[in-house]
Design a protein around this ligand. Structure first.
Ligand code: NAD
Ligand code: TYD
Length: 355
């Protein structure tokens, strides 16, 4: 069936993989990629598909109500896959209001446009909210987050995503807007901005710079290969039950310090350095404020209802990720050439000196 799908945040890390997947797998869909191109958005991520006939890029801000209304008035949008967000916890600690603006207000503006412009045949429409497991807070040593877990966000990022999720559900109940939400664990893979742990560690080792590990490195994350998240989004988009939530995770828990050591070992091999060289760069730094201890996902609903499961092992995914970063130095150079230095200085250099 022909459809026009608005994907927000499609120039970012996960969004660019979602755009590429939908453009390549569904030639009958017209894919509109709406992105503000903040520091995290980069059209270089999509060079390989930018000339496809079913793809169109639109630069714009999801918080701009007039612009969004005009977009819905211009294009026959059938569905929204909403990924645009401020996405980094450390930045949310520096600038919480920016996160509320984009993540809460931006989501509300999009929902409201759907409500205004989707006046008939609601059954063929869909608002898909791409969210995070961080809305559920922090786990102790045992247990898992699932669709039944209570919201208990603890960082401004997580709270702003939780606020957005609540609005999405409110539009389902109040206006019968067809919605679906997925809450996914930490993604990794090509095109991730080097403010997040895995690409930051790879880049610092490449440049022989200290590898910062927060606190004692005991915190645990459940890592998922980004294309496996995209496959889950495709399944939920086409077959997920409307009004429902799906939790997605890699069943792949790693303590930060063990993960960093694994990357060090792979980097030594790839760079032909003596075993143990990269580990010497590990530097324990001041912990993140309110640092969530552990995230882990019970993905049994999406597994049993939609037949989804991760497609590759973590060892394979990390190898592919490192290979990608090592073979794309120009990408890293471009994304870190402007305001990145200023962020790095504030987050890692000034903070340490002030203690
Ligand atoms: P990202 O920071 O790499 O990309 C975000 C994109 O949104 C960028 O292209 C940016 O330019 C765009 N954007 C920001 N503000 C905008 C605005 N006001 N208007 C239009 N576009 C704007 O983020 P990501 O890691 O790819 O995450 C994408 C989504 O997935 C987010 O909603 C995030 O909460 C969610 N998520 C991420 C992870 C993860 O591990 N990265 C895990 C689960 C869920
Ligand atoms: P991150 O990639 O920022 O994802 P999130 O905070 O959303 O889980 O961080 C992953 C984990 O790595 C988290 O526990 C914080 C930690 N971390 C470090 O130890 N050092 C770093 O430089 C960064 C960016 C993160």
């Amino acid at each position: 069936m022909k459809k026009t799908i608005l994907i927000t945040g499609g120039a970012g890390f996960i969004g660019s993989h979602v755009v590429r997947w939908f453009v390549n797998h569904y030639p009958q869909y017209h894919i509109l990629n709406l992105d503000k191109l903040t520091y995290a958005g980069n059209l270089e991520n999509l060079i390989d598909i930018e000339h496809q006939p079913n793809y169109q890029f639109l630069k714009g801000d999801i918080t701009d109500e007039q612009f969004i209304d005009q977009l819905f008035a211009t294009y026959p949008i059938d569905a929204v896959i909403h990924l645009a967000a401020e996405s980094h916890v450390d930045r949310s600690i520096m600038d919480p209001l920016g996160f509320v603006r984009t993540n809460v207000l931006g989501t509300a503006v999009l929902l409201n446009a759907c409500r205004k412009y989707w006046t008939s045949a609601l059954t063929d429409k869909l608002f898909y909210q791409v969210s995070t497991d961080e809305v559920y807070g922090s786990l102790g040593e045992s247990g898992y987050f699932s669709e039944q877990s209570k919201y208990d966000p603890r960082s401004p990022y997580a709270a702003s995503k939780a606020g957005a999720d609540h609005l999405v559900r409110a539009y389902f109940h109040t206006y019968h807007l067809p919605i679906v939400i997925s809450n996914c664990s930490n993604n990794y893979g090509p095109y991730q901005f080097p403010e997040k742990l895995i690409p930051l560690v790879i880049r610092n080792i490449q440049q022989n710079k200290p590898v910062p590990v927060y606190g004692k490195g005991e915190n645990v994350r459940d890592w998922l290969w980004v294309e496996d998240h995209v496959r889950a989004i495709d399944l939920i988009f086409h077959h997920g039950r409307r009004g429902e939530t799906y939790t997605i995770g890699g069943n792949n828990e790693w303590k930060n310090i063990d993960l960093v050591k694994l990357i060090c070992k792979c980097m030594d091999e790839k760079l032909g350095k003596p075993p143990g060289s990269s580990e010497k760069l590990i530097t324990f730094v001041k912990d993140r404020a309110g640092h969530d201890m552990r995230y882990a996902i019970d993905a049994s609903r999406i597994r049993s209802e939609l037949g989804w499961q991760p497609s590759i092992t973590f060892e394979e995914g990390i190898r592919r990720t490192i290979d990608w970063y090592l073979s794309h130095p120009e990408w890293l150079e471009h994304v870190t050439s402007s305001t990145y230095q200023q962020y790095y200085q504030q987050q890692y250099v000034e903070r340490e000196h002030n203690n």
